[in-house]
Design a protein around this ligand. Structure first.
Ligand code: ZN
Length: 153
């Protein structure tokens, strides 16, 4: 089998950021990298899960909801995939990601979708951990612009 494109990215030089991963028709995939691969402690599952619920809730309630295709964690636990339609500019996506992580870092209240009926593992959540990780990431990307989203070849 051939090596898929994302394995060709040199993970030893990556830092926290927002990266343009691939474009498939009108579906644009961004890698939201929270942790330096193989260099920093990865995210625990419970905060990942809570970030997933809160990020998805935030962006699907934003004015861009019609353009949101998918948000979910990377199996390596260093970040998330965010897939949107190409009617959103890179600038808009970068702003929305910043807003969403600021929202999570400041979130107080009940985690959306946390019941046995709505979630596949509703006991595995950590709001404090999610807020802590979101604050670290929000700080890491606060000065990032659409010019910074390209993987170096
Ligand atoms: Zn869930």
């Amino acid at each position: 089998m051939k090596t898929i494109e994302s394995f060709l990215v040199d993970h030893t030089v990556l830092t926290a950021g927002i990266y343009l991963s691939r474009v498939d028709g009108d579906a644009v995939t961004y890698d939201l990298r929270l942790k330096r691969p193989n260099a920093e402690k990865v995210l625990d599952n419970a905060p990942i899960h809570t970030i997933e619920h809160l990020f998805a809730t935030y962006v699907r309630n934003s004015k861009y909801s019609e353009s949101i295709i998918y948000f979910g964690p990377m199996g390596c636990r260093t970040g998330f995939y965010f897939i949107v339609r190409d009617n959103m500019s890179h600038e808009t996506v970068v702003s929305l990601v910043k807003e969403a992580f600021d929202f999570i870092a400041a979130y107080d209240g009940e985690i959306p979708g946390v019941s046995a009926k709505e979630c596949g593992n509703y006991l595995d959540h950590d709001l404090d951990g999610a807020k802590r990780e979101a604050a670290i990431y929000a700080d890491a990307i606060k000065d990032l612009t659409a010019a910074d989203i390209y993987y170096k070849a």
